[in-house]
Design a protein around this ligand. Structure first.
Ligand SMILES: Nc1nc2c(ncn2[C@@H]2O[C@H](COP(=O)(O)OP(=O)(O)OP(=O)(O)O)[C@@H](O)[C@H]2O)c(=O)[nH]1
Ligand SMILES: [Zn+2]
Length: 410
């Protein structure tokens, strides 16, 4: 494809190095400022005065194309994978495009100023409102986006550029699963997946052992994002007596989730039940390393071909084999989004008092029954949670998981 902008300027001297040209650009801008301040204004058309900079600016705008591409010139597509500067998008005619996207940072909305007397229902509702379905952020897997064609940099230096796709707009999301960006990261939040119907957490019944903290964090995140939570228990074939052999932690956790599906890829047990749960929906999959998530997705989604790693013999922990999130079509309808490498999910800027109110399984019907409205269930008198732990209604393991999350800050 030809780039007309480069053609029209072919009589000009070739561009100098980027550095010189940038410096020039800045100094000319300063000149203009001085001109304006002194009242002496160069009347020549801006294009004539800054033709070289115009050319540069076009290249720059690849990162920020919103101003110069009309949405009527855009095509729509589905984001399959997101990388540092580009994302893989499937257009509606099913062709694949590598589209660049603009980067932008947005302020996080902390929950710090919440009134501690609010009920957990209200807190959850407010959280949902503050993290409302975002527009114009950079794309996440599962997003529907508008793509426009922009002129690409003239990589070969032969004066002929090509065109490439660029994300112009992320269409409104119906749902999303977010987590805070890595510590000291430029980005405050990371959207793990967009437009999803449910969060599927894969845990193995053994090898590696059930990790209460991991589960609770994802359950909290699913609740906060208003998404149903499905627990898939893998490697059932490793339990000689089936469900009768489930550990007390797993039994305990099963009580507070709506849907539990035990499966074994080895024997095929439970796979049909799981398929029925996934068909027609968009599901985001997470799980600790080594639980058999890749094996399971390979089984459910032919041609997914995720890499599977053997569990290290000595410590029973898995190797980290997969790296970037991706979306697969689920046979019969729906999508499966794999989030490899996500080993935990933080809880945004949640205050301890908020966590104390919304921790799953602490209060029936979300009715806060502790004596003090800001009770953190530690040593406060009249604490309903401590009382429930003492009477055995809430297990020690469940309470310990809460305290760990409380102390970890997020
Ligand atoms: N016995 C048994 N082993 C299984 C089952 N599913 C997976 N495995 C084994 O568990 C090990 C880990 O499986 P993976 O699918 O690589 O685990 P993963 O959760 O994707 O791990 P990461 O790639 O690190 O995220 C492999 O050796 C699998 O063969 C199962 O249903 N039964
Ligand atoms: Zn309490």
């Amino acid at each position: 494809m030809r780039n007309n902008d480069f053609d029209s300027d072919e009589n000009e001297a070739p561009l100098k190095s980027v550095r010189t040209s940038r410096r020039e650009h800045r100094s000319r801008r300063i000149d203009v400022m001085r001109e304006l301040e002194s009242g002496v204004v160069d009347e020549r058309p801006i294009k004539e005065r800054f033709s070289r900079e115009f050319k540069k600016a076009k290249i720059k705008r690849i990162k920020n194309p919103v101003e110069n591409i009309g949405e009527e010139n855009c095509v729509e597509g589905l984001v399959l994978e997101v990388h540092r500067r580009t994302c893989e998008v499937r257009l509606d005619d099913r062709t694949l495009a590598d589209a660049s996207y603009r980067r932008e940072t947005k302020e996080n909305t902390p929950l710090s100023s919440l009134d501690s007397r609010l009920s957990s229902n209200t807190v959850t509702a407010m959280y949902r409102a503050t993290t409302s379905k975002t527009l114009g952020e950079f794309p996440a897997v599962g997003d529907r986006v508008l793509l426009g064609l922009v002129n690409d940099a003239d990589d070969e230096g032969d004066g002929v550029g090509s065109q490439k796709y660029c994300v112009v707009r992320v269409l409104p999301r119906k749902s999303e699963l977010k987590r805070p960006g890595p510590r000291d990261s430029f980005y405050k939040q990371q959207t793990l997946a967009a437009n999803i119907d449910q969060v599927v957490i894969v845990a193995s019944v053994t090898q590696p052992e059930f990790n209460y903290g991991f589960m609770d964090r994802f359950l909290l995140a699913a609740n906060l994002n208003d998404l149903p939570f499905v627990l898939v228990l893998t490697k059932m074939d490793l339990l000689p007596n089936g469900e009768a052999d489930l550990s007390s932690d797993i039994r305990d956790f099963m009580k507070i989730v709506d849907k539990v599906i035990p499966v074994s890829v080895k024997s095929g047990d439970g796979l049909e039940v799981l398929r029925n749960e996934l068909v027609g929906k968009s599901s985001v999959f997470s799980g600790m390393s080594g639980v058999g998530k890749s094996t399971l997705i390979n089984e459910l989604v032919p041609h997914a071909e995720l890499r599977t790693g053997d569990v290290r013999e000595r410590d029973g922990k898995g190797r980290h084999t997969t790296t970037s999130s991706s979306l697969f079509d689920f046979p019969g309808g729906g999508y499966v989004i794999d989030t490899p490498g996500i080993r935990s999910i933080g809880l945004m800027d949640m205050e301890p008092e908020t966590l104390a109110k919304i921790f799953p399984g602490f209060f029936e019907d979300d009715l806060f029954t502790c004596k003090f409205s800001n009770c953190k269930h530690l040593k406060e008198p009249g604490c309903a949670v401590r009382a429930a732990v003492e009477s055995g209604k809430i297990s020690e393991a469940r309470y310990a998981s809460y305290v760990r999350i409380l102390n970890s800050g997020k």
